[in-house]
Design a protein around this ligand. Structure first.
Ligand code: ADP
Ligand code: MG
Length: 724
């Protein structure tokens, strides 16, 4: 029985006590409410699992256990790599062996909890083993495998056993008993339900007390599902309330109205060497319309790679830098343009030099490795290096109209005279805190207009939630003449053919990227990393063995910014034919003549990342090709790669990605600050829309949440954008 007990009385915020306290606190569980809100990650259906001691030859089984030894070797005669682990589940031990997939043993190091599914086989010696089983690292073991769960014990009446997220020093069994104890004391009935009763009724959601019982100790699957739905709703609802409140606060700051003459903007966009897409036109009109109001424009521009977001940024920035603050004849409103990498920030800085050449304005660049200004007083044609102090002075006195930069832009020392417009490229690379820092400036009492741009197509439900404080505009159209990228999955036997094709394209003047998962060769002693290619070794191999007549160079994150810039410049100018790189080229890099991209070990990259990488070659009117090199046979990996082959566009891909992922795998989205349960809601558009609608309604009636203290507390302690 558990030794956890609430001290004294049983309020929600009563601290837990007992010998496991330290371990619980490490999990962020401090109070009764914390423990009750510590939900099972999933449930295990009892029927499918076996204890190792009960295994028999020929059984198709699922076992859970801890890895007690792991090694790799080569078979004696054929030199085939073999990975071998021994798993212990408390009832016994069994060996699992993988031929040709030695890496399994590298992933499953000693001490990891693992789930294995496969067929029990027998060696000549009569010893049982699992041959090439499916494996999965698990966050936790189900409650005591090899214990009462499998006997006719008390727990068997439940349809399934809850599995709690990974816990150092605390078992799922312990947590379940502690929770049951709280239930028997009635603790769950003392917690105030933060969701208003009428809302629960409208969506047929269980009350807090019922849902707590159902989620921890479900008697049927439907109960567990209803409970999870309620908590998913609760989480998304709280986020929506927080976002809606942040939006209201930001908008209440007011903004400087930017209202240019429409013809001036059209004249500007006419200077581009191409007609705008309809989607670009709509986006520009929507943004400029909003900027004319005395409230800040706040918008997320979601556009697939190559959809031309920069043009939208340029046209709207133009509107800002031709507008002078009222009653002032010197200087204009200023723009801050923040990008996640130095490469990207300087690329934008360079593009804007051309776009704004005809204007009497100066633009600047600030990054960790230096500052630049254009035009310089001595040379009107070029950008020059200047000191940080000088640049900051010119920004502060209003002489620099647009400041490009990386994170360096949000340092305290950067202050504008008339900050009118903040643009954030690749928003997903920054946190809300960074966005907040950019738009929040001492001295400026009105808020700058805000444009966030992202090329990582996220599902609509996720965008509506995490960017709930922004209006959404979609650039859902690629510029005319763009061909979609021919994407294919390449197995090892097709490698040579692909190289031949690349040779033909290079001979026709095109350029190629080869993306590798690593920079260096692995430590030779760790043979497990064998299969992943490294930038350095692959570049050497390609230039000696495959493409001896072409210029090959490398790019990776450990190079100095200067080296990176010089490599990118040489690739841009066509001096380098093949750029072997890590995924540093993922974000925004633009070399239209590069029409081929090979991705080594494609299964190791996330879908969104692969899509971004593929976007690097979607920049010209030549047919482009993306080759996903892989030697995996795992059907899950192949499904993901196939989604990339068939997705119509990035947004379709994002939706496919979401639906391909199981509940547990959604935790990859920790970056959004949403729990696993919350991510289950993200799969459910009506639920997200309902949460959004209810949040808005609630705030309309009770803007300061005075009548909803539970919600106020949840929102105030949340990592949401709050502006002082
Ligand atoms: P992203 O949305 O990925 O940031 P960019 O703004 O970098 O895309 O644009 C990609 C490329 O497409 C650039 O070379 C840009 O000049 C070009 N481009 C943008 N808009 C159009 C258009 N309407 N027609 C043709 N080319 C365009
Ligand atoms: Mg871009």
């Amino acid at each position: 029985m558990s030794d956890i007990s609430p001290s004294n009385s049983l309020g929600a915020h009563v601290r837990l006590q007992g010998s496991h306290k330290t371990a619980l606190v490490r999990l962020g569980i401090d109070t009764v409410a914390d423990l009750l809100y510590h939900f099972p990650a999933r449930y295990h259906h009892i029927a499918n699992m076996k204890r190792i001691v009960d295994l028999q030859k020929g059984d198709e089984v699922i076992i859970y256990g801890t890895v007690v030894s792991a090694k790799t070797k080569k078979t004696f005669k054929t030199n085939v790599p073999v990975g071998e682990i021994v798993v212990d589940d408390g009832s016994g031990k069994i060996t699992a062996t993988w031929f040709h997939q030695a890496f399994a043993a590298s992933v499953l190091t000693v001490g990891t909890s693992v789930k294995l599914a496969g067929k029990v086989q027998e060696k000549k010696s009569g010893v049982l083993y699992l041959g090439n089983p499916e494996f999965e690292k698990t966050k936790a073991l189900p409650i005591d495998v090899g214990d009462s769960l499998f006997s006719e014990g008390e727990d068997i009446q439940a349809f399934a056993a809850p599995v709690y997220p990974e816990t150092k020093g605390i078992t799922s069994r312990f947590i379940m008993h502690a929770v049951k104890k709280l239930f028997s004391l009635g603790a769950h009935e003392l917690l105030a339900d933060p969701i208003p009763t009428d809302v629960l009724k409208r969506y047929n959601l269980p009350s807090l007390a019922t849902a707590l019982v159902w989620i921890h100790t479900p008697e049927k699957e439907a109960d567990a599902r209803a409970a999870r739905k309620r908590f998913a709703f609760e989480e998304i609802f709280m986020i929506q309330v927080a976002r809606a409140q942040a939006r209201a606060m930001y908008h209440s700051l007011g903004a400087y109205s930017i209202a240019p003459d429409e013809n001036t903007i059209v004249a500007f966009t006419d200077t581009f060497p191409f007609p705008l897409t309809t989607a670009q036109e709509h986006a520009i009109v929507a943004i400029i319309e909003d900027m004319g109001k005395d409230e800040p424009m706040t918008r997320l521009l979601e556009g697939d790679v190559g959809s031309g977001k920069t043009v939208v940024a340029a046209a709207t920035a133009y509107a800002v830098v031709i507008t002078s603050p009222e009653g002032q004849d010197f200087g204009t409103f200023q723009v801050a343009y923040m990008a996640p990498t130095e490469i990207l920030a300087s690329q934008h800085f360079t593009s804007f030099q051309t776009y704004f050449k005809h204007l009497p304005i100066r633009i600047g660049l600030i990054t960790g490795s230096g500052c630049k200004v254009f035009p310089s007083k001595s040379n009107p044609e070029e950008a020059t290096n200047i000191s940080r102090a000088q640049l900051l002075k010119w920004v502060a006195n209003g002489e620099i109209a647009i400041l490009f930069g990386t994170h360096a832009l949000i340092q305290k020392s950067v202050s504008f005279k008339h900050f009118g417009y903040a643009i954030i490229d690749e928003q997903h690379r920054f946190g809300t805190a960074q966005r907040e820092k950019l738009v929040h400036r001492d001295g400026d009492n009105r808020a700058p207009h805000l444009l966030s741009m992202t090329a990582t197509p996220i599902p609509r439900t996720l965008a509506l939630t995490i960017y709930g404080d922004l209006d959404l505009t979609l650039l859902d159209e690629l510029p005319a003449g763009r061909k979609s990228v021919h994407t294919s999955i390449i197995t090892p036997d097709m490698r040579e053919k692909v190289y031949d094709h690349i040779k033909t394209e290079l001979a026709a003047g095109r350029q190629a990227y080869v993306i590798c998962p690593r920079i260096d060769e692995p430590d030779p002693d760790k043979r497990l990393a064998l299969n992943t290619k490294s930038v350095k070794a692959e570049a050497a191999r390609l230039s000696h063995n495959i493409f001896p007549d072409h210029t090959i160079d490398i790019l990776h994150g450990k190079m100095k910014p200067k080296e990176k810039d010089s490599v990118m410049a040489r690739f841009s100018s066509g001096e380098i034919d093949i750029l072997v790189a890590t995924s540093v080229v993922e974000v925004g890099v633009n070399v239209p003549n590069a029409t081929l991209i090979v991705i080594e070990g494609a299964e190791r990259f996330g879908l969104a990342q692969l899509h971004q990488l593929r976007g690097r070659v979607q920049r010209s009117s030549h047919q482009a090709y993306c080759y996903l090199f892989t030697d995996t046979n795992a059907s899950q990996s192949l499904d993901r790669l196939n989604a990339l082959v068939s997705a119509r566009d990035g947004f379709a891909l994002a939706e496919m990605d979401l639906s391909l992922r199981g509940a547990g795998e959604l935790s990859g989205d920790k970056q959004w600050g949403i729990s696993d349960i919350g991510m289950e809601a993200i799969k459910n558009l009506p639920l997200v829309e309902a949460a959004r609608k209810e949040a808005t309604l609630l705030l309309e009636k009770d803007p300061h949440l005075t009548n909803h203290p539970e919600i106020k507390k949840a929102v105030d302690t949340m990592d949401a954008p709050h502006l002082e």
